[in-house]
Design a protein around this ligand. Structure first.
Ligand code: ATP
Ligand code: MG
Length: 579
């Protein structure tokens, strides 16, 4: 297990690569790219056809983003095409809502599938005909053993399996039983159709695998037409063949299924011979990438739905403020290999931070407001500073920052008894208001309980755009006019799990490792320009971090910003300290 280190990701070279709008889709070489390039150069392959085959039983997560990037990206790079095919053989867990969300996520990532959306269920008639074909060839049979018996007869890694007593049924009887299974004459679990391969095969997947199960279930695409449903193994390769897929790219857990994938292609009159190649699943630390576990978080209301900004789902990352380009860059940075690996979530943070650093307009927002009265400004003082939207992007224009007698600053930028290296505001000390004047703290105003209510400060008017005479002022703090600032809700998101590998221990509940502070909500005040923030608009709140207007909550004049990522990686630092 290798963990990519954050320090290498933050090398100056990486940073300078991230130009505005830089396309990172086909960056570094990886073994799949090399393999396909070799095939094309040697004439072994002409057109590349890949597919992304999600099961519509949940929302897509960051691991799927990798698979999408691999499949769509390779097809795009080599001038081929990529199909979207829902692998919908298990009607019990699938839903139309997932089908819709998955399509939205793929498009949002910037990819478009070739042709219509496809479904494995489109091929159910063909698959059934092929099942009958295998029966006629003596290569499949109806088995009456119970699921438990089938498991028991299958043997183990060290012991061969035993043949079912139903293995030698005649062709006519098998055809008749299969047809009656299809018509719904038998109870669920009472019969299955199995391939007749080899009960002693060292690879357990070849010990007469199940082709069809009885399921009296309503299917989102085929309705009540089918009472039997094909297994994944009996569906996938044949669907690839029907669609003319050339490269069936999947994750390593299917490696042991490849002989079976090839067995079906060899024993059925399929129109093409796709080839399966496996690569390692991508895992990210401090999160889980399993739809089943993510569904649990949703069902138990641990999070606010599949697209909660803490979820590693594509829609959650989107709502958190990630850009499609940053996720594609992340996939490229983390590469493709056959070795299992866990990626440090800091790399994901790096990918979005470098994108937003270049592309997010700047704004000021005070998260923990402390009132400052600028005593040498008149009550009606209303000066406006015109400042750049982004320090390096003239195309982002300027914004208007009003300065009034009363302003807000962040409580953390003031200390009554500061330590030596504290360069922000303190009694008798000076600090620069970002984009404005240098001010000095003359008086601390306290309430009855001794709490600090406000600061009285004075402005040095001779400091706009220049250093004060005869002294150095090191600190710069952000601020917002009290009169013109707009109230905003700010949601400070952090990793959902404290533990680096929340699901490492198979016997423990991964929910025990939840971070209780994964969401802290504060009421802040932002500069007036943010009143017009569109849903999903992204900003750098200067000195604070990167934020995104929530796509659901920003409506009817309400402003809600989600913290996408901090300015610096404080997480890695905390980890280092603790470790
Ligand atoms: P999960 O375990 O989260 O349910 P899955 O593999 O069952 O994932 P599918 O909908 O079957 O989910 O996956 C669609 C495609 O995405 C498959 O080709 C699968 O190999 C790929 N995929 C899923 N998770 C990852 C991952 N973490 N890294 C890379 N590819 C993945
Ligand atoms: Mg699956």
């Amino acid at each position: 297990m290798s963990v990519e280190s954050n320090t290498s990701a933050e090398s100056p070279n990486d940073r300078s690569e991230a130009q505005p709008g830089a396309e990172t889709t086909h960056g570094a070489p990886n073994f799949l790219r090399n393999q396909i390039r070799d095939e094309i150069e040697s004439g072994q392959a002409t057109t590349i056809v890949t597919r992304f085959p999600p099961e519509p039983n949940g929302f897509l997560h960051i691991g799927h983003a990798k698979s999408i990037w691999v499949n769509f990206g390779l097809a795009e790079q080599f001038g081929g095409r990529c199909h979207l095919r829902f692998d919908d053989t298990n009607p019990a867990k699938e839903e139309q809502a997932y089908i819709d969300a998955i399509q939205e996520d793929i498009r949002w990532l910037g990819y478009e599938w070739s042709g219509a959306v496809r479904f494995a269920s489109d091929y159910f008639d063909q698959l059934y005909a092929w099942a009958q074909h295998l029966v006629r060839e003596g290569k499949a049979y109806v088995d009456d053993l119970s699921p438990e018996e089938i498991r028991e007869y299958r043997g183990t890694l060290t012991e061969p399996g035993r043949p079912s007593p139903y293995r030698d049924r005649g062709v006519e009887e098998n055809l008749d039983l299969l047809e009656r299974m299809r018509l719904g004459e038998f109870e669920e679990g009472s019969k299955v159709l199995r391939a007749r391969i080899d009960m002693a095969a060292p690879n357990i997947n070849l010990r007469d695998p199940i082709l069809y199960r009885i399921r009296h279930a309503h299917h989102h695409q085929t309705g009540d037409k089918w009472k039997i449903y094909p297994s994944y193994d009996f569906t996938h390769g044949q669907s690839d063949a029907i669609e003319g897929i050339t490269h069936s790219l999947c994750t390593l857990e299917f490696e042991d299924h490849r002989p079976l994938y090839e067995w079906f292609l060899a024993h059925l009159p399929v129109p093409a011979k796709p080839r399966q190649t496996e690569f390692a699943r991508m895992n990210v630390n401090h999160t889980v990438t399993s739809k089943r576990k993510l569904k649990l978080l949703v069902d138990r209301n641990v999070v606010d739905g599949w697209d909660d900004p803490r979820m590693p789902t594509i829609s959650g990352l989107r709502r958190r403020g990630y850009t499609p380009a940053s996720l594609r860059k992340f996939c490229d940075m983390t590469g493709v290999s056959r070795a299992a690996n866990v990626v440090d979530i800091a790399m994901l943070h790096f990918a979005i931070r470098s994108d937003l650093e270049d592309n997010a307009p700047r704004a000021m927002c005070v998260l923990n407001p402390l009132k400052v009265v600028l005593t040498n400004l008149p009550a009606d003082h209303d000066e406006v500073f015109e400042v750049p939207g982004h320090p390096a992007r003239e195309d982002m224009g300027t914004r208007r920052l009003p300065l009034t007698r009363e302003i807000w600053i962040d409580r953390e930028d003031f200390m009554e008894e500061p330590p030596k290296k504290f360069f922000r505001l303190a009694p008798g000390k000076e600090v620069r208001l970002r984009n404005g004047y240098v001010i000095r703290c003359d008086e601390v105003i306290k309430g009855d309980g001794g709490e600090i209510d406000a600061l009285h400060c004075s402005v040095d008017f001779d400091t706009l755009g220049k250093n004060p005479e005869g002294r150095k002022v090191k600190g710069v703090i952000h601020w917002v006019s009290a009169e013109h600032g707009v109230p905003v809700e700010v949601r400070l998101y952090d990793n959902l799990f404290l533990e680096e590998a929340p699901d490492r221990d198979k016997d423990a509940d991964f929910l025990d490792h939840l971070n209780p502070d994964s969401l802290v909500t504060v009421q802040g005040i932002a500069e007036p320009a943010l009143a017009d923030a569109e849903p999903e608009a992204r900003y750098q709140f200067e000195r604070v971090g990167y934020f995104c207007a929530d796509r659901h909550a920003c409506r009817d004049g309400k402003l809600v910003f989600n913290r996408t990522v901090g300015l610096k990686d404080s997480w890695a630092k905390i980890q280092k300290k603790q470790g």
